[in-house]
Design a protein around this ligand. Structure first.
Ligand code: RFL
Length: 401
């Protein structure tokens, strides 16, 4: 089957779906293709922290009703170390900016239903396998569905590559046209989801000689936890009993404070930072994880993906309203400062939280730096205000062109 559209969107994650909804609301024809089934993407649990700016964007487009009704608002987080505990009240320190906690898969579900309710075209189980003619006037996106289903060809004005880090879009750019900046971190994180209520209503970051532990809120009955582990560790090395005892020890909690429950997800995360520049080539625009990967420290990934979607949507709207191509030419330059700021913050946070690998020549020195950061965060209003501003995210939104 061959179809024509204005914007072909690869990937039904937060970036692709937000872009599709905004274009649809503006009457700009678009088609979304997604490699996985609808059931799969609506159940894929990942992020859960939405910044104030992200919620404002979604709300402006009528896409935040459920998240505002069902999500929880948070304005402080807690740090723990050697029996000491203190909170940083980032809402108070930033004039009222706060986080909303709402699981990513719920947001994906809301964005899919809003787009389909508006008559949007979305092809699930249709992996994009080739993007041709990106440097011409009408690129063609080719999808090869599984089994006997007919291949799909989409002829379009522009391709939005929102297909995550391992997607096909970035790979379609000729060699040498994009520059990648990357860092592989020297720690691993065991990422866990447990059917257990959170122990309190704050995100908790615990520094411990055994390694970092994180307590992240998701819903009243499901909590995400992170445990620092060596690079290359395997989930099989972490039977449930070992996990709960590590969480209790590192977070300084008893069984009564944090009740062990079934662990429904156990993954070792690849702690990688990656940015590609520019985020565009010819008629292809990369958004979200397709263009950059950030560690989960600081909870920025989904927020950056949605900020890219908003930037790209604003510029596509300007283009179709007659502003010319310069609106689109500036897409990458407009996104990159925000992305690098988030990368810098996430990197700082990683080094605040992680115990340096024992046995290295500089590990004792690095540990002292870590403690100094923590003390300043506790004692210096200027330091904690700067942390809060980065943590909760700026309030800047794209301007119309
Ligand atoms: P996504 O969500 O990966 O969506 C990309 C979509 O593209 C599809 N796809 C293709 N479709 C068609 N053809 C192809 N060839 C395709 N190849 C791939 C995929 O199936 C998928 O549906 O990218 P997007 O939209 O850029 O969104 C990015 C976010 O998902 C990501 O940054 C966050 O989940 C990162 N992240 C967190 N971010 C936060 O802001 N706060 C957090 O607390 C947070 N916690 C996390 C996280 C990511 C995690 N993992 C596992 C990566 C916790 C975890 C555990």
């Amino acid at each position: 089957m061959r179809l024509g559209t204005r914007v072909a969107i690869v990937g039904a994650g937060p970036a692709g779906l937000a872009l599709a909804n905004v274009l649809q609301q503006a009457g700009i024809d678009c088609v979304v293709v997604e490699r996985q089934s609808r059931a799969y993407v609506e159940a894929r649990a990942r992020a859960g922290v939405l910044e104030h700016r992200t919620v404002e964007f979604l709300n402006d487009h009528g896409l935040a009703d459920r998240l505002l009704a069902e999500g929880a608002r948070h304005g402080s987080c807690e740090f723990r170390h050697l029996g000491e505990r203190f909170s940083v009240r980032y809402r108070d320190l930033t004039g009222g900016r706060e986080h909303h906690v709402y699981p990513q898969q719920f947001l994906v579900r809301d964005l899919i239903s809003a787009y389909l309710a508006g008559g949007g075209q979305l092809f699930f189980s249709h992996p994009a396998v080739a993007l041709d003619g990106l440097d011409g006037d009408r690129p063609v996106l080719r999808c090869q569905p599984d089994g006997d289903a007919e291949p799909l060809e989409l002829e379009c004005d522009f391709v939005a590559g929102c297909d995550g880090f391992y997607g096909a879009s970035r790979q379609a750019v000729p060699a040498g046209r994009l520059r990648a900046y990357e860092k592989q971190h020297e720690f691993g994180w065991l990422a866990l989801l447990a059917e257990t209520p959170p122990a309190g209503d704050e995100i908790i970051y615990a520094l411990h000689e055994d390694g970092f532990a994180g307590h992240m809120l998701r819903t009243p009955s499901v909590t995400r936890f992170y445990l620092q582990c060596p690079v290359g560790d395997h989930p099989e090395n972490w039977p449930d009993q070992r996990i709960w005892s590590a969480l209790h020890r590192r977070l300084g909690m008893t069984d009564a404070e944090l009740a062990p429950g079934p662990i429904t997800e156990k993954n070792v995360l690849d702690m990688r930072s990656f940015v590609v520049e520019p985020m565009q080539y010819g008629r292809l625009f990369l958004a979200g994880d397709a263009a950059h990967i950030i560690t989960p420290a600081g909870g920025k990934g989904m927020n950056l993906a949605l900020a890219d979607a908003e930037e790209l949507a604003t510029r596509l709207l300007a283009h179709y309203r007659g502003a010319g191509t310069h609106a689109l030419d500036g897409y990458s330059a407009a996104c990159l400062p925000r992305i690098w700021q988030a990368q810098e913050f996430s990197h700082w946070m990683l080094h605040l939280l992680h115990s340096p690998a024992a046995g290295q020549d500089d590990s004792a020195f690095l540990h002292r730096l870590q403690l100094s950061r923590l003390t300043q965060l506790r004692d210096s209003p200027a330091y904690s205000t700067m942390f809060s501003d980065s943590y909760v995210g700026s309030s800047g939104r794209p301007t119309a062109h």
